[in-house]
Design a protein around this ligand. Structure first.
Ligand SMILES: Cc1cc2nc3c(=O)[nH]c(=O)nc-3n(C[C@H](O)[C@H](O)[C@H](O)COP(=O)(O)OP(=O)(O)OC[C@H]3O[C@@H](n4cnc5c(N)ncnc54)[C@H](O)[C@@H]3O)c2cc1C
Length: 522
């Protein structure tokens, strides 16, 4: 046994780094143990071809909470944004794209009623999203326990809904139970506009626009706009890795010890109480508090071990739905790609291929049966438009999230990865005809690759599907929804916990508050 720490954090994803720093700032000794060589989890920058670097998983910042930036002085620790307030460009095959901002949508042929409906719709859904957002900074209340804080949080939630007023309250109840497809059909005419809005509701999920829960996921996305009072989408200077480098610097300044390239094999227990961890190399390190930034399945089924937990709880963990459906494509380009109708000033914005709701739904249909989408939807970022540190002078990188790529491809990814990559490039070429001749290197990561590289079970964006049955006091499962778990001294701090995934940092922050509340560390 080596040195004893007050807290050990398994995994140095952005949430782990946030949690560690808040704890260390209170004088606790904190050790972080990360499996990979680099900190950051799914928010890193890495070279994918000599001279070309990219945000290897998450690529656009749209949820990161400003409270964390200020509490941890991340700007002083090197956080810089290369571009902020990005628009969304919804591509059309004929080049007549739409440009969406927080409150407006513009484009040739768009009707006046669609323009008005867009701003009304966004305003209405932001009112609903604000209720969700208010719950993000507090632990989800438990329903059955008579804890004062929980009762207060529950009462505040009820009051926020009540304060919406009769019409909004009725509308929230009505649309919350249906799906984004039906709701958008009610209000909009333009297929392209509906397509891109529907895409925003399903990005990163195992849902199609017709699936229930897609209002919830759309609201979740909108909360990012509320944090920032702006369109919220930004590109960090140096890629996503720069965000987590600044978090690392803040953590180390607060005294956190970080050890990388050190996978944890198991959480050590004395019956039902944590005593420390054991790494793959056999080293055992003591601590009465262990916090896991790993996803819930990895934490309980692999690191704690199903035999050490009550059967009913194991079953709940086993049943968490977390099959990744998003793939990531990286292209090294010899020059700026030319998308039909998109001028140079627009190229640095967020570009989406989702020409209609039916297009996105059909793309999803394939994935339900273990096939990749023949006509995938995608979110494209060309970060080198804003940041020349990622590629040689005059060259560019294109980063795209592709839906849908099922984790369990029936034909097997080994034989199909190349043909799927080709199909995606063909789809891109429909909108950017010269792009194929500009590609000098490429990389496609499908969910099993994401699982392997980032140690996320199923390669899932949120460490667990973001749906009502895995939401708030049910996230990741009842019994572990307040960051504490049935194992004494073991806590969760990752995206699988409330309020969920995306590079936001609040799960890590909230977990630190809960740990300080529950544990009196000397
Ligand atoms: C394809 C894709 C694209 C995405 N794009 C975006 C985007 O553009 N914007 C956005 O906001 N979000 C995006 N996301 C979601 C976002 O990346 C994640 O929700 C977020 O990074 C989760 O952060 P985390 O800190 O909770 O966990 P993670 O980033 O997963 O970090 C967990 C850490 O724990 C470590 N770990 C696990 N097991 C062990 C072990 N046994 N021992 C030691 N360490 C261990 C891992 O190596 C990892 O470093 C995307 C996700 C995917 C899959």
């Amino acid at each position: 046994m080596s040195k004893q720490y007050d807290v050990i954090i398994i995994g140095a994803g952005h949430n782990g780094l946030v949690c560690a720093t808040y704890l260390a700032k209170t004088g606790r000794s904190v050790l972080m143990v990360e499996a990979n060589k680099q900190v950051g989890g799914a928010a890193i920058t890495r070279e994918f071809s000599p001279g070309y670097s990219v945000s290897a998983c998450a690529h656009l910042l749209h949820l990161f909470h400003p409270q964390i930036v200020s509490d941890l002085s991340l700007t002083n620790h090197g956080l810089k944004l290369a571009a902020t307030d990005l628009h969304t460009i919804a591509l059309a095959a004929d080049g007549d794209h739409l440009t969406l901002t927080r409150n407006s949508v513009n484009g040739n042929g768009l009707s006046a009623s669609d323009r008005t409906a867009y701003s009304e719709f966004q305003n209405k859904l932001r009112r609903f999203a604000r209720i969700m957002q208010k719950t993000f900074m507090v632990r989800p209340p438990r329903l059955v326990h008579k804890n004062m804080t929980d009762l207060m949080n529950l009462a505040k939630l009820g009051l926020s809904v009540r304060m919406l007023g009769r019409d909004d309250m009725r509308e929230l109840l009505r649309i919350g139970a249906i799906n984004i497809f039906d709701v958008l059909q009610e209000d909009f005419q333009s297929e392209l506009l509906k397509g891109v809005m529907g895409f925003d509701a399903v990005l990163g999920s195992n849902l199609g626009p017709r699936s229930p829960n897609t209002i919830l996921t759309y609201l979740y996305r909108l909360t990012g706009q509320l944090h920032s009072n702006g369109s919220a989408i930004s590109v960090p200077s140096g890629g996503m890795g720069a965000v987590t480098s600044s978090l690392r610097a803040a953590a180390e300044a607060a005294g956190v010890e970080i050890r990388t390239d050190m996978p944890v094999k198991q959480v050590l227990l004395d019956v039902d109480t944590v005593t420390g961890i054991e790494t793959n190399s056999g080293e055992q390190i003591n601590s009465a508090i262990v916090v896991s930034n790993a996803d819930p399945k990895t934490t309980f089924l692999k690191l704690v071990g199903a035999r050490n937990i009550e059967t009913g709880f194991v079953r709940r963990i086993d049943n968490i739905r977390m099959q990744g459906k998003a793939a990531k494509l990286h292209l090294a380009l010899d020059g700026k790609p030319k998308f039909k109708g998109v001028d140079e000033n627009q190229l640095g914005h967020r570009i989406v291929i989702a020409p209609s709701l039916t297009y996105v739904e059909r793309a999803f249909d394939h994935s339900k049966y273990g096939e990749y989408s023949n006509h995938p939807a995608m979110e494209i970022s060309i970060p080198t438009i804003h940041d020349d540190s990622l590629a040689p002078t005059g060259k560019h990188v294109l980063s795209a999230i592709i839906q849908y790529a099922p984790y369990d491809l029936r034909a097997g990814w080994e034989s199909q990865r190349e043909s799927f990559k080709q199909l995606i490039v063909d789809k891109l070429a429909e909108y950017a005809p010269g792009i194929k001749d500009q590609i000098s290197a490429s990389e496609l990561m499908v969910p099993p690759d994401i699982e392997k590289e980032f140690n996320i079970h199923g390669g899932h964006w949120h460490h667990g599907e973001y749906t009502l049955d895995q939401f708030m006091m049910l996230r990741p499962v009842p019994g572990a929804a307040q960051y504490a778990t049935p194992v004494n001294g073991l806590y969760l701090c990752g995206a699988g916990s409330h309020p969920g995934g995306g590079v936001m940092g609040l799960a890590g922050r909230n977990a630190s508050i809960e740990i300080l509340l529950r544990e009196k560390v000397a």
